[in-house]
Design a protein around this ligand. Structure first.
Ligand code: GLA
Length: 389
C-alpha cells in the first residue's frame, strides 16, 4: 500500500506519536471540453486512481511543518497559519498554504497548525492537475482535522478561489470539481455556467484510456493561460454589444456565425470560435457516449484537438506530435491534448489490442522528432477524496 510508505515517512520525519490521519485525493483527466470552464461551457473530466497521499497531525501551536516525498531535497519547510502569503521560493507549499488561507477567508480559520507529509504519484506539471489534487486533499484534511462543515463541492470552489487569489492563476472550476466530486468508473458532465452536473458511466468495452505525457513542463502562471482567458472575456464583451448573452457557452455554432463579426480582432474571433464550438462538441460527445457510439465520441475528441491547435493555439509541437502519431495507429478511437496545453499530456482511447503498439510506435516517433522520451500511462477512473486511516 502506498499510504503505508507515506505514513512511515511521516513517523521518520515528524515522529509517530498522537492522532495521525491519512488522506488521498485523485488527479484528473479531461476527456473533452477544454478551455470551456471559464467560458460558461461544459466539461467532461474524470478523477483518476493516481493522486496525492497526505499524512497529517494537528499541532497545539500555530506552526505548519511540510514535507514532500516528491521534493525530498527541500527537507522540512516551516511556516505559520498566521499571515500566509504566496512566495515564489515556497514552491509546492503555496498550494496547501493557499487552501489554509482560503478556508480562513471563507470563515473557517485554522487556529492551530499541523505537520504534513505529501506524496503524489501524478507526474508533476503533466496537466493531470497535481496542484488541484494537493489543494483538494488539503481542503479535505482541514475539514477533518478542524471539524469544519464543508461539502466536497465547496472544497472545490475554495480550491479554485485559492488558485485564483493566492496563487494568481485565473483557472476555471474544472480541475478542483473533477477531483473533489470524482466517482469510480464515471466521468462528470459539468455545466460550468451553474455547476449542475451529471455522472456518466465510462464503459469502454475492449478499450483503455491512455495518457501520453510529453515531459514538456508547463507552469500555468507562466503560460499563456491567463492571456487566453482575457481574450475570451474581451470577445464576449464585443458580442454582448449585439446579442444578449452572459457567456460564450450561451451561443450555438449558428449564432456564433451570425454574430462573429462583432469581434473586432481575428485572433480573438478564433479564440471565441473554439470556446463556442468546443462547448457544443462536448454536449454532442456525451450524447454519443450515452448512445454507446464510441466511434463518434472519438471523432469529436479528434476535432477538439484540431480546434485547440488551430483556433485556440495552445498545443505546440510536442502535443501535436503525440496526437498526430496516435491518429496513425490502427485501434486508436480518439486522441487529443488534455488540460491547459502548452505541454503536459494527451488523452487517447485505444483498443486493448493496440495499446502496446501505440506505446511503442508513438513513443519511438516522439523521441525521434522531439529528442527526448514521452511517458505513457494506462489509467483507471477513480473516486474523489477520502480519509484512508
Ligand atoms: C487548466 C485549468 C482548468 C481549465 C483547463 C483547460 O487545467 O485549471 O480550469 O481551464 O486548464 O480546459
Amino acid at each position: 500500500m502506498i499510504w503505508e510508505q507515506v505514513l512511515e515517512k511521516f513517523k521518520e520525519v515528524f515522529g509517530g506519536e498522537g492522532d495521525i490521519r491519512i488522506y488521498f485525493a485523485p488527479g484528473r483527466v479531461n476527456l473533452i471540453g477544454e478551455h470551456t470552464d471559464y467560458n460558461g461551457g461544459h466539461v467532461f473530466p474524470c478523477a483518476l486512481t493516481i493522486g496525492t497521499y497526505a499524512v497529517a497531525r494537528k499541532r497545539d501551536d500555530k506552526k505548519l511543518r511540510f514535507y514532500s516525498m516528491n521534493f525530498e531535497k527541500a527537507g522540512v519547510l516551516e511556516s505559520s497559519v498566521e499571515g500566509l502569503k504566496a512566495e515564489e521560493t515556497a514552491g509546492w507549499t503555496n498550494y496547501p498554504k493557499g487552501m489554509i488561507w482560503a478556508f480562513g477567508e471563507k470563515g473557517m480559520k485554522a487556529e492551530q497548525g499541523f505537520d504534513l507529509v505529501l506524496y503524489g504519484n501524478i507526474p508533476n506539471g503533466s496537466g493531470l492537475s497535481s496542484s488541484a489534487s494537493v489543494e483538494v486533499v488539503t481542503g479535505f484534511l482541514l475539514k477533518d482535522l478542524f471539524d469544519f462543515e464543508v461539502s466536497n463541492k465547496e472544497i472545490a470552489l475554495i480550491g479554485q478561489f485559492a488558485e485564483n487569489r493566492f496563487n494568481g492563476v485565473n483557472c476555471g472550476i474544472m480541475d478542483q470539481f473533477a477531483i473533489a466530486m470524482g466517482k469510480e468508473g464515471n466521468a462528470i458532465f459539468l455545466d460550468t455556467a451553474d455547476l449542475s452536473y451529471e455522472y456518466a458511466p465510462i464503459v469502454l468495452k475492449g478499450a483503455k484510456i491512455v495518457i501520453s505525457c510529453s515531459n514538456k513542463k508547463r507552469g500555468l502562471s507562466d503560460s499563456k493561460y491567463n492571456e487566453r482567458r482575457s481574450e475570451c472575456e474581451t470577445a464576449l464583451s464585443e458580442l454582448q454589444e449585439v446579442i444578449g448573452i452572459e457567456t460564450l457557452g450561451d451561443l450555438t455554432e449558428e449564432q456564433f456565425k451570425q454574430y462573429q463579426s462583432a469581434i473586432k480582432d481575428e485572433v480573438r474571433r478564433k479564440r471565441a470560435k473554439h470556446a463556442v464550438c468546443e462547448n457544443q462538441r462536448t454536449i454532442r460527445a456525451v450524447d454519443a457516449l450515452k448512445k454507446n457510439d464510441l466511434k463518434q465520441f472519438g471523432a469529436l475528441m479528434n476535432e477538439s484537438h484540431i480546434s485547440l491547435r488551430d483556433d485556440y493555439e495552445v498545443t505546440g509541437t510536442e502535443l501535436d506530435t503525440l496526437v498526430e502519431e496516435a491518429w496513425k495507429i490502427n485501434g486508436v478511437i480518439g486522441s487529443r491534448m488534455t488540460g491547459a496545453g502548452f505541454g503536459g499530456c494527451t488523452v487517447s482511447i485505444v483498443e486493448d489490442g493496440a495499446v502496446d503498439t501505440f506505446i511503442r510506435e508513438v513513443g519511438a516517433a516522439y523521441e525521434k522528432k522531439i529528442g527526448y522520451a514521452a511517458d505513457f500511462y494506462v489509467v483507471e477512473i477513480g473516486d474523489g477524496p477520502a480519509r484512508l486511516a
